[in-house]
Design a binder for this molecule. Sequence first.
Ligand code: AMP
Length: 307
Amino acid sequence: MRDADLAPRTIVDPAELAQVLAEARAAGERIGFAPTMGALHEGHLRLVDALRAPPRDASAAPATTLVASVFVNPTQFGPNEDLARYPRDLEGDRRKLGSRGVHIVFAPTPELMYPPGEATRVRVAQLTEHLCGPFRPGHFEGVTTVVAKFFGIVGPCLASFGRKDYQQLAVLRRMVKDLHFPVQMLGVPTCREADGLAMSSRNAYLTASDRARAVGIPRAISQALRAHAAGERRAGTLRRALAASVAAAMDSVDYAEVADADTLRPYADDEAVPERALFVVAARIGGTRLIDNAVSTEDSPATPAVA
Ligand code: AMP
């Protein structure tokens, strides 16, 4: 498609989007798709960049029609979570997406995505049993269901997701394999603020003093990565040090784990952690839940921003 010219077309109706994209595919366009819940920051925009210029190691051809969705998906929020107050700014989001070359913004309503009588859910087992799974019952089922719907509507060749939500990416990759979706999945590195805090729409909830404490999460992960790189392999020692430094900064810790980077199973205290491992945290400041992670062999502990 021609350059979006800073004014992406906004489509609300799933049937209309499916029709427009069927025509684009028939004309030889390669559809790239980045799903978001809006209130966009630079991390979201990197998902768009990755569609236009996939990293060489992904060996994917660039997408030529770029689609981003902005949809606060109600089924992935628990009853006591922040669905009602989740930040929303569709006009700002459209501008930002246009500035990065997005052609179409898909902004459906909950009623269009979940019309009366709808009765289908997609659930991935095992990977959802660890980490965020027990703390957010139903969350991943909401995510896989809405992404499966999106893939049905959009029919992307290429879709990009952030590694900040590492478990979500792993669960979605499993779904894509198991349901034979013909889509290539790109995992995009976590985009951070200058001090190392992972960008998140939820950072907007933080007061200035909470914001200053939140950097304790990436610092704790960095320390753990360094200890691991220096040769510490005892899972219990690594996990306890990670949990203690997260707890020192945050009001409460959902989990701070060292886990298998593929199965997401946390290592038991008496296990030896291999060279490639996932260091992953979910913790709360005030009413705000923050998550972050790094994989030892893929995310450098030497990143100065996270020092
Ligand atoms: P959300 O709007 O929070 O549902 O996120 C939409 C997509 O953006 C997901 O694939 C996230 O993993 C990704 N994302 C969110 N924050 C970041 C970040 N700081 N760096 C990279 N990707 C991110």
